[in-house]
Design a protein around this ligand. Structure first.
Ligand SMILES: CC(C)(COP(=O)(O)OP(=O)(O)OC[C@H]1O[C@@H](n2cnc3c(N)ncnc32)[C@H](O)[C@@H]1OP(=O)(O)O)[C@@H](O)C(=O)NCCC(=O)NCCS
Length: 177
């Protein structure tokens, strides 16, 4: 699996259920995320179903691991359309206590490295709630092309070509060990 200077991704396991719930049920973190149930058994069932999708290459849910701090967050690649080489990424959250300055940029680099370079996809799609202003700014800084919005979300895309340009012009230092 790819790594950046401080982080790497590992596939989520059923045994990560408590970590997942601790992030997704945290009210400071879940304002702009879809709600998940606090029922652990239900989450375990969801994770078991997810593991089947993972086996079939349809969905990749990662724990973001900091080489020094350990598990710090979650990020997911889904809606993978291999025929058209398009994917969506999201379910992105990093714990407040363990959120070094580099974590946001390096986790974006990791998710793009995985989807563009390992899966050989060409177009990323992602969305953000209209009132999640800070994350909208973050996406804009990271080369996202705004597409449209609806009542809930702003929708963006990023091509592999744009990503590669950004990687070499601005972010290479985050990838180097
Ligand atoms: C989404 C999330 C992981 C982003 O992490 P974050 O640390 O808040 O991201 P920030 O925008 O503060 O960026 C981190 C640092 O990188 C810097 N940065 C951001 N974009 C940058 C860029 N393109 N180039 C260089 N540096 C950049 C920021 O300036 C910031 O540094 P600063 O604190 O000195 O200003 C985090 O806010 C979170 O878990 N939120 C809750 C869940 C959520 O809303 N998820 C998104 C759903 S779409």
């Amino acid at each position: 699996m790819q790594q950046t200077k401080h982080l790497y991704l590992r596939l989520i396991q059923e045994s990560d259920v408590d970590f997942l719930l601790s992030l997704r049920l945290n009210q400071n973190l879940n304002t702009y995320l879809n709600k998940v149930s606090n029922d652990k058994q239900q989450q375990l069932l969801w994770l078991a179903n997810y593991k089947e999708r993972e086996k079939n290459g349809l969905d990749y849910y990662f724990v973001i691991v900091d080489k020094k701090l350990g598990d710090i967050g979650l990020i997911r690649v889904y809606n993978i359309d291999y025929a058209n080489k398009i994917f969506t990424w999201g379910s992105w959250v990093i714990s407040e206590e363990n959120r070094p300055k580099y974590a946001a940029i390096e986790s974006l680099l990791l998710v793009y490295e995985f989807a563009f370079n390992e899966l050989n996809l060409l177009l990323a799609r992602f969305e953000v709630r209209n009132d999640n202003i800070d994350v909208i700014k973050l996406y804009n800084r990271f080369g996202a092309k705004y597409l449209y919005h609806d009542d809930l979300n702003n929708y963006f895309e990023l091509t592999k070509t744009n990503y590669i340009q950004l990687k070499y012009s601005q972010y290479y230092k985050f990838l180097m060990d």
